[in-house]
Design a binder for this molecule. Structure first.
Ligand SMILES: Nc1ncnc2c1ncn2[C@@H]1O[C@H](COP(=O)(O)OP(=O)(O)O)[C@@H](O)[C@H]1O
Ligand SMILES: [Mg+2]
Length: 333
């Protein structure tokens, strides 16, 4: 078993340009006091509001928390939530100098309403999304490409985080890919299943359901996932490899040399909410690859970091000391 702890310091000191659909994750928490007389719903008395980086801003937050720089490229609206999102990202130390404002669309906000009932974690009652699924216009795309070209010399990798709200059009991905490849940068992507646009990349990650949907077949055993990872690696001509994450079962990878490997997840207790686990996975895979880790060790580090995220409500960005602690107590496997 490799000493994974040795990689943790190497996750720091890198610079990654993170491009994708940025969101504001809003949590409105209230105490459940009684049932409403207006509808069969609880009445909540407001207690607190939490604002967290969401969508493509979450891998950026993870990169910063691990000690590296994240240059965020994305589109926000010309609205008050856009201002709030900027503040939230800045508060996390994300470089927001290259966010593009599109007055024609709202800033994406995902609002969760949570009822506090004296349990350890509040319960989600409803979610309200404010978003546009329209692809960005050519004019906005041009601004985004310019922003990327301006900042690319500062980065060693480009991480694409596609949450399907219109930024990562095929033509934008292609233009950014050409520029970044020309500069010799590592390209990584979590496309939430929309894999076609990412051929020729270094590392692409999807989850088990996304792999099933893309390949149009059921996958259950380790062998099924190994064959799937291999097929996706080949189809997309990935230069380092394909990683399929499998929730509590960990992740299966396929390398460019045609070999595959299953990396089990640590036995995490108190799994509360798996939101954001995949964002942490792609952030750690990217940083570990930049730091020189082979894909299997990068995946084991990603599993451990994601294991810390699933114990929390909503997105979370583990720090190096937490990752070291988890590698110590979970054995890194
Ligand atoms: N219940 C769990 N127990 C332990 N680790 C988990 C659990 N769920 C997710 N993870 C970790 O998070 C990673 C990504 O989770 P997954 O749910 O597969 O991806 P996504 O968030 O993209 O849907 C997994 O590979 C695993 O390491
Ligand atoms: Mg995901």
């Amino acid at each position: 078993m490799a000493d994974l702890k040795g990689w943790v310091p190497r996750l720091a000191g890198q610079a990654v340009l993170v491009i994708g659909d940025v969101f504001l994750d809003e949590y409105l928490i209230g105490r459940a006091t009684r049932m409403s007389r207006e509808a069969p719903i609880p009445v909540l008395e407001f207690e607190q509001r939490q604002l967290i980086p969401g969508g493509a801003a979450n891998p950026a937050a993870n990169i910063v928390a691990l000690g590296s720089a994240a240059l965020q490229v994305g589109v926000i609206g010309s609205d008050s939530t856009g201002t709030m999102l900027r503040q939230v990202l800045q508060g996390r130390g994300i470089d927001i100098g290259s966010l593009v404002v599109d007055a024609g669309r709202p800033t994406t906000v995902k609002t969760r309403i949570l009822a506090q009932m004296g349990l350890r974690f509040p319960q989600q009652v409803a979610r309200l999304d404010t978003l546009s699924r329209q692809p960005i216009s050519e004019a906005v795309e041009r601004q985004v490409v310019e922003a990327v070209q301006l900042r690319l010399p500062e980065a060693r990798a480009v991480l694409f985080s596609d949450y399907h709200t219109g930024l990562l059009t095929a033509s934008l991905v292609e233009r950014v890919r050409e520029t970044a490849e020309g500069a010799g940068l590592l390209l990584t992507a979590d496309a939430q299943g929309r894999l076609d646009q990412y051929s020729g990349f270094g590392i692409v990650k999807c989850n088990a359901d996304e792999a099933r949907a893309y390949l149009r077949r059921d996958l259950s055993s380790d062998e099924d996932f190994a064959a799937a990872a291999l097929e996706l690696r080949e189809r997309l001509a990935l230069t380092l490899g394909m990683v399929i994450t499998r929730g509590a079962d960990g992740a299966t990878l396929a390398r460019a040399d045609g070999t595959t490997q299953h990396c089990p997840a640590p036995a995490v207790t108190d799994v509360y909410d798996t939101v954001g686990a995949g964002d942490t996975t792609i952030a750690v895979l990217t940083l570990a690859a930049l730091g020189g880790a082979p894909l299997d060790e990068a995946t084991m580090l990603a599993n451990t970091a994601s294991g810390l995220v699933v114990r929390r409500v909503g997105n979370y960005a583990p720090r190096p000391d937490e990752l070291l602690g988890a590698l110590e107590s979970w054995g890194g496997e």
